[in-house]
Write a protein that binds this ligand. Structure first.
Ligand code: HEC
Length: 154
């Protein structure tokens, strides 16, 4: 009985946690989530292209990275809830223009997600040349968004 109660309690807790993450996370957790998310994006894309240059690329590793990259890049628009910009007083390089031009920001996020999806498809097909052919679209999508919406703009 107790165990079931505990189990249900945890299920409710987890459910509300999930709901919160989607609706109104604190600015702090939103910023942490997206900065971690972008670090993951950087790590996956670097890992993938480094591996492609290896003498004998590990196809499985490339496929795993590509599939995670396609997944995580789709989440970008949800990482910028209102109130999580400079006005939060927290350390973030997100420019206020993100919330002024949401359509353009979303388009730039979609450009990255589209490049990542093509890379994922190519990886699933084991077509390394097709992955390489999409590399510049991927890198340009990072730069294109950072130039308008990120303070460091690297
Ligand atoms: C749609 C816009 C957009 C795209 C596309 C984008 N970024 Fe970013 N990126 C941002 C913003 C905004 C920040 C600042 C986040 C913050 O500080 O809150 C950021 C921050 C980062 C950071 C720093 C995270 C940290 O630890 O503070 C890295 C690394 C990064 N991006 C890598 C990439 C890479 C690699 C790509 C392409 C594969 C990419 N980004 C594509 C908008 C974008």
């Amino acid at each position: 009985m107790h165990k079931i109660g505990l189990f249900l309690g945890m299920a409710v807790l987890l459910a509300s946690f999930g709901a919160n993450a989607e609706t109104t996370p604190s600015p702090q957790s939103a910023i942490r989530l997206r900065q971690d998310g972008f670090e993951t994006i950087l790590r996956l894309s670097r890992g993938l292209f480094d591996e492609l240059r290896a003498w004998s690329p590990d196809k499985r590793m490339i496929q795993d990275d590509a599939s995670r990259l396609a997944e995580v890049t789709q989440q970008i628009p949800s990482w910028f809830p209102a109130g999580s910009g400079q006005e939060s007083g927290l350390r973030t390089n997100a420019r206020p223009e993100i919330w002024r031009n949401p359509d353009d920001f979303r388009r730039k996020a979609e450009a990255l997600a589209a490049a990542a999806a093509k890379i994922d498809q190519a990886a699933k097909a084991g077509n390394f040349d097709a992955i390489k052919a999409n590399r510049s679209a991927l890198v340009e999508s990072c730069q294109d968004c950072h130039a308008s919406y990120e303070y460091r703009a690297w």
